[in-house]
Write a protein of this length. Structure first.
Length: 366
């Protein structure tokens, strides 16, 4: 399995979290996995009897060499890649007669031409495409002109032993200045335009009229500094500097505590290949409000285990947040249903079992 992202413990990214946890879950089920990823230095670590991690400090340059060496040593017949920068490994694997699986975490028309051509080449050379949602599956079929049966959906998961309902997070309250609040609105996602933090900020004045002792926190790296600066400027214009906090990153344990502290979790994204943070929050028993776009309606059943709002509907977003703030029993019911859904549909073990079935089918047909 090949991914151009660091290990989650070094720097958590969506693709890196998915690729690593799939590899780990498959190893727990007795599938041998050599995991090649980007790292601060070249290294090899055996995690268990079935799982070895190979980190590369120069991933783009060295991933094909690493895969070639692993194939020679192990005789692996299948290579699973998670990014177009692993295209050298795809070419090499095909030359060596191996089966290639490509994971599509999200897709859209790419510009400039070079990355678009790289992604298309990877899709064309692959024996199977894994899409993280039905929405992504449809986009891959349309944009890359491939038959639908070449693209199979395997939903991302969550470790419900880590992301769970917890208590006793007083130290976290103090550490992040979240004490003495009557409510916390949380969003988890990179600060970039498609994540929709702007919509939450525009909703806050009306919410604060009824809930003045409330805070809004976004946890996520500032991928788009221009957008981030505009958000901060808008916060100042609205007089919300004491209410709004942007936290770039937190340790996983603190993130779970903050999720459990949240009264409402909000995700007004305009596009999501899947929505990993959404299922993590649902696993913590939190009610989630999201726009009814992309893959989010595949995760949330409106009014049952979350709330879906029409895209770009700031008023609907505001009213949905207020309804959950003002009705603890509704929040509790939705949060409990959310937790149950994740445990039965969105775990890494479920995803790994599905992947293993796909691998076995591909290997039996070659």
């Amino acid at each position: 399995m090949v991914a151009d992202k660091p290990l989650p413990r070094e720097r958590p990214t969506g693709i890196g979290i998915v690729a690593y946890n799939l590899a780990l879950a498959m190893s727990r089920q007795g599938v041998a996995v050599d995991y090649v990823c980007k790292g601060s230095r070249k290294d090899e670590v055996r995690m268990n009897d079935y799982f070895t991690i190979h980190t590369l400090s120069h991933f783009s340059r060295d991933n094909a060499l690493a895969v070639s060496r692993i194939i020679r040593q192990t005789g692996f017949r299948l290579v699973h890649v998670h990014s177009s920068s692993a295209l050298p490994s795809v070419f090499l694997s095909k030359l060596l007669g191996r089966i290639v699986v490509t994971h599509s975490h999200d897709t859209e028309p790419l510009h400039p031409l070079r990355p678009a051509l790289l992604r298309q080449a990877g899709v064309d050379l692959s024996d199977q495409i894994i899409a993280v949602s039905k929405d992504t599956q449809s986009k891959v079929v349309r944009l890359h002109r491939v038959p639908r049966d070449k693209v199979e959906v395997v939903y991302n998961g969550v470790d419900t032993g880590i992301f769970r309902v917890t208590s006793g997070y007083e130290e976290t309250l103090i550490r992040y200045g979240l004490s003495n609040l009557d409510g916390l609105i949380l969003s988890v996602g990179a600060v970039q335009r498609r994540k929709g933090q702007w919509r939450i900020i525009e909703s806050l004045p009306a919410i604060l009229e009824k809930w003045p002792r409330l805070a809004y926190v976004n946890v996520g790296v500032a991928y788009d500094p221009s957008y981030g600066n505009k958000l901060i400027e808008r916060v100042r214009e609205l007089g919300l500097s004491q209410t709004v906090r942007f936290i770039e990153s937190v340790p996983q344990g603190d993130l779970v505590s903050i999720m459990n502290l949240a009264t409402v979790c909000v995700h007004p994204s305009t596009r999501e290949g899947f929505g990993l943070a959404v299922v993590e929050e649902m696993a913590c028993g939190r009610p989630v409000v999201a726009f009814d776009v992309s893959a989010l309606p595949e995760i949330i059943e409106n009014g049952v285990d979350g709330i879906l709002v029409a895209p770009e509907d700031t008023r609907g977003l505001t009213n949905s947040i207020l309804n959950l703030l003002e009705d603890p029993s509704l929040s509790r019911r939705i949060g409990e249903a959310a937790r149950q859904k994740v445990a039965t549909r969105f775990t890494w073990d479920i995803a790994a079992t599905q992947l293993e079935g796909i691998y076995e089918r591909l290997l039996s047909n070659c």
